[in-house]
Design a protein around this ligand. Structure first.
Ligand code: IMP
Ligand code: MG
Length: 181
């Protein structure tokens, strides 16, 4: 599996420094508020669990799975909720955690969903990775781990065809893996 990784972008130490920093910021910003952290499955499960265990404030956690059709090339995508959260959202401050922001379509739709359909008090976004070159929807991301170049990355939860999620680091997938298919 490792010989299909072209370059390691973020090793375990670097990832740990990033999650330390973000968890500190969240703990300071949400101190005294009813915080509900929402993990977007499956890609953010490692990032989410690292952040949550480093928080110094109380919070609730819940899990959601969505799929965004047309987010790659077509602008008229539609967000489908495959698994919704169970926790109450009214009067809650929601922080949605995802692995990577690409076009921004997922975050754009999720924010609208929690504000307008679920009556959340506030909705903010947190992503481990950002691919700013690919942005097509104007989304304000409150917490970002780091920016990455416009290449396909895997590991630390991120997959290609459900593979590589278990790598403890984030790396660039060798294009030969998907170009030969
Ligand atoms: P967006 O809705 O266009 O912002 O797409 C975000 C989603 O696309 C992420 O949650 C990932 O599931 C997926 N994605 C985008 N770029 C990558 C990548 O380089 N590796 C793995 N998944 C990616
Ligand atoms: Mg995803």
């Amino acid at each position: 599996m490792q010989n299909e990784i072209k370059d390691v972008l973020l090793d375990e130490d670097r990832i740990s420094n990033i999650t330390d920093r973000i968890a500190k910021q969240i703990s300071a910003d949400y101190n005294g508020r009813d915080l509900l952290l929402v993990c977007l499955l499956k890609g953010s499960f490692m990032f989410f669990s690292d952040i949550v265990r480093k928080l110094s404030i109380p919070c609730r956690v819940d899990f959601m799975q969505v799929s965004s059709y047309g987010s790659g090339t077509a602008s008229s995508g539609k967000l489908t909720v495959k698994k919704d959260i169970d926790e109450k959202t009214e009067n809650s401050h929601i922080l949605v955690v995802d692995d990577i922001v690409d076009s921004g379509f997922t975050f754009y739709c999720i924010k609208d969903y929690f504000l307008n359909k679920k009556q959340a008090c506030s909705v903010e976004l947190c992503a481990m990775l950002d691919k700013p070159d690919r942005r097509r929807y104007d989304v304000d991301i409150k917490y970002i781990g780091t920016s990455v170049p416009d290449e396909f990355v895997v590991g630390y939860g991120l997959d290609y065809n459900e593979k590589y999620r278990n790598l403890p680091f984030i790396g660039i997938l060798d294009p030969k893996v998907y170009e030969t298919v």
